[in-house]
Design a protein around this ligand. Sequence first.
Ligand code: NAD
Length: 476
Amino acid sequence: MYESLSLYIDGEFIQGGGRTEQDVFDPATGSSLGRLPHATRADLDRALAAAQRAFETWKHVSPMEKSRILRKVAELSRERAQEIGRNITLDQGKPLAEAVGEVLRCADHCDWHAEECRRIYGRVIPARMPNVRQMVLREPVGVCAAFTPWNFPFNQAIRKIAAAVGAGCTIVIKGPEDTPSAVVAIARMFHEAGLPPGVLNLVWGVPPEVSKHLIESPIVRKVSFTGSVPVGKMLAAMAGAHMKRITMELGGHSPAIVCDDADIDRAADMLSTLKFTNAGQVCVSPNRIYVQEKAYDRFMARFIEATRKIKVGSGLEADTKMGPLAHERRLPAMAEFIEDATARGARIETGGARIGERGNFWAPTILSNVAVDSKVMTLEPFGPIAPVVPFKSLDEAITRANSLPYGLASYAFTHSTRNALQIQNGIESGMVNINHFGHGLPESPFGGVKDSGIGSEGGSETFDGYLVTKFISQMD
Ligand code: NAD
């Protein structure tokens, strides 16, 4: 795979040709895995032209054929999950079982889009006159530009590609340069499944240069981005200046509320598993854990015990539960969160530092006595740090949970129906999980409110961002 890192433009896999290249590193060892070619400006223009040309035919292709291709990609993803997963572990760092699981779950996403794209219905509006027929059609928006991140490289890319392709759009996608293998594998599968040239194009480069070029092109009609809030706001502003539609799946700072009537041990075990999945580099990671005072000591003891058992190591080792951070720039970011929190009085209950000097390993970290204005409580840590804060009343916990501008996911543990209702009604977030973690399925919408984004991916909402509405009124 690492010899075949390439661009994919107009149905052609492209490498070399004197293009600028960058190294792709293994975050567990720091060694280079291969070289990734950057698109030239001419490559970007060729990708845009190919997507524009392909749109003229792809938009008329039957939903049955689109469905067939998406199903074929689902089948290939299942067949190749081990190989693709191994490459994700190599360039991203997550444990192999998580990487393979990501690919298999995405096969389900492809199947879901294959089914739903056959049900993009319009409607008939009863007319005021007998000789008039009024209809609403839903048409593909056109050429899309998409930008996907490095934490779930397969998942984030395939959600956008499946939605665009299923809706009848064409797409130019810039994948994550740090973790490119998954997106190249996706392009290969669509190619082998018979997707016509130009419908999907894959480019790499310097992110701000590529995004500016693509978003400002008059060919592009829609922009989809998954990544940080500041970058999302910048790209949304650029898209707005050119009146282009957007889907923004941005960061979160998810609260988890543990009420004292909950099964405390279960909550502690589940939150420890979820928090340290993918080394905390997850937009829906539980980043602020609020525990009701009466249950605080018991929760803390169990949470620390469960977290200390997490085996950190190379994702390729069978017993590893948490791999390295995906990029070395995340190490100083973690150190800064810890320094800031401890300077404001936080106590490190476990972890708190880098492990070793080779690879980007950071110990799973729990903080107590954390000041509410600490950076770790207000900025997305995007790493394995869990601050735990006690609360008295549920009103207080909900107010604190809503106190940040983020609104992606939230979690709560309670056996009280009254508490559960108060949480469902009171929490400002796109996804609320009570007593389990249930979001992220193909059939459920995934997306945030407030600064966490605009639009949903998955669910029956999945094509909304890729379609425009056309009203037809006809008189005989
Ligand atoms: P970053 O803000 O530099 O980059 C985040 C992502 O955006 C990367 O994939 C990057 O390639 C891309 N990006 C950056 N500038 C861009 C531009 N001008 N145009 C197009 N794409 C651009 O930060 P980072 O160090 O890579 O990641 C850390 C932060 O990113 C985290 O704090 C987290 O908030 C965010 N992040 C969020 C998600 C998510 O799933 N929502 C995923 C990855 C990273």
